[in-house]
Design a protein around this ligand. Structure first.
Ligand SMILES: NC(=O)c1ccc[n+]([C@@H]2O[C@H](COP(=O)([O-])OP(=O)(O)OC[C@H]3O[C@@H](n4cnc5c(N)ncnc54)[C@H](O)[C@@H]3O)[C@@H](O)[C@H]2O)c1
Length: 87
């Protein structure tokens, strides 16, 4: 999810988490992306966020090179997946 750190992107992360989706939270503001992912990973009964699985990455999605680096190298290294598909 791009723009996962705030606003619509953050809210969509929480909604997808409720459906059991594993989230890759991406934001140009890395700290904001990490906040969203942390809320999902620990769960927050108070605000109704169920415990789930989320990864956080700092990335400007308008920069093709950054997207390539994050998805092909960093994401693979951390999530251990063999392939990534960008919609
Ligand atoms: N069509 C409509 O009715 C409607 C309504 C609301 C918002 N919008 C649009 O939807 C978009 C999202 O709105 P919002 O309120 O969630 O915005 P927001 O500014 O609150 O959140 C956007 C998030 O995306 C991140 N971000 C911005 N540029 C980025 C980039 N290049 N790479 C990675 N992350 C980036 C920001 O750091 C922020 O965390 C905006 O463009 C807004 O104008 C449209």
């Amino acid at each position: 999810m791009s723009g996962a750190g705030a606003g619509i992107g953050e809210e969509i992360c929480y909604q997808l988490n409720e459906l059991g989706v594993i989230l890759v939270c991406v934001d140009v503001d890395g700290e904001a992306a990490r906040r969203t992912a942390a809320a999902i990973n620990r769960g927050d009964r108070h605000s109704g966020v169920p415990k789930g699985t989320a990864f956080a990455f700092e990335c400007d999605v308008s920069d093709k090179e950054q997207v390539g680096r994050v998805m092909q190298k960093e994401f693979r290294a951390r999530a251990g997946t063999g392939s990534t598909t960008l919609p």
